[in-house]
Ligand binder design. Structure first.
Ligand SMILES: Cc1cc2nc3c(=O)[nH]c(=O)nc-3n(C[C@H](O)[C@H](O)[C@H](O)COP(=O)(O)O)c2cc1C
Length: 191
């Protein structure tokens, strides 16, 4: 194990909203709508979920949380190892959600936590499950200091025919600046 986890463990608990686990399966198949953006995210500890919900609040876009058929451990040290193994194996963990009407969306607002300087493998499963060619991907990530790491490169490889636009990286939950940061990003992204 790298020494990485020693550095972030202490800070993470300082945010009392980050440990909240909410199951949000209600929007598995987003309804038909005139909104052409879909927010898709994976979150382990809740920080990415909080960012996704703020983006949803500001855009009113449809939103889907990706969950796993075999969820990661809820124990922090265990998930660190599981995530590292998944990344090493280039695993494609099975997702519970399937988005039937992907063709109606031209923008995917894609959120995830920075895991070992890249995407969590469920994001790879998602990207490989759909034909996203011609769509715009707007990435956002929650991180403990490493911002996007190599995750944008990983996304570009998995979605070679999509346009990856400017991303938003948020430190843990984003704190009190979250709403403004999201608004600025959406504005710069043409929303
Ligand atoms: C398995 C794992 C690996 C992580 N690796 C990194 C990393 O490489 N760089 C970083 O800045 N933060 C890393 N973190 C911290 C998370 O990115 C950070 O806590 C984020 O806010 C978690 O989002 P979530 O609450 O939506 O899961 C890691 C966290 C976990 C659980």
């Amino acid at each position: 194990m790298k020494s990485y986890n020693i550095g972030i463990r202490l800070v993470r608990n300082a945010d009392d909203s980050s440990n909240e686990i909410i199951t949000a399966k209600e929007n598995i198949n987003p309804p038909e709508s005139t909104n052409k953006a879909l927010i898709v995210y994976f979150s382990w500890g809740g920080n990415t979920r909080g960012v996704a919900q703020e983006i949803q609040r500001q855009t009113e876009a449809d939103i889907v949380e990706l969950t796993l058929v075999e969820p990661y451990s809820t124990d922090y040290n265990t998930v660190l190892m599981e995530a590292q193994e998944d990344q090493h194996d280039q695993a494609r963990p099975k997702l519970n959600e399937h988005i039937d009407n992907m063709e109606q969306y031209d923008t995917i607002i894609l959120g995830y936590p920075n895991w070992w300087a890249s995407i969590p493998m469920p994001i790879a499963t998602f990207l490989e499950s759909y034909d996203l060619s011609g769509k715009r991907i707007m990435p956002f990530c929650s991180h403990g200091g490493g911002r996007f790491g190599q995750s944008l490169t990983a996304i570009a490889k998995l979605a070679p025919d999509s346009e990856i636009s400017e991303g938003l990286s948020v430190h843990y939950s984003g704190g009190s600046a979250l709403s403004d940061d999201v608004a600025e990003w959406l504005d710069e992204s043409g929303f």
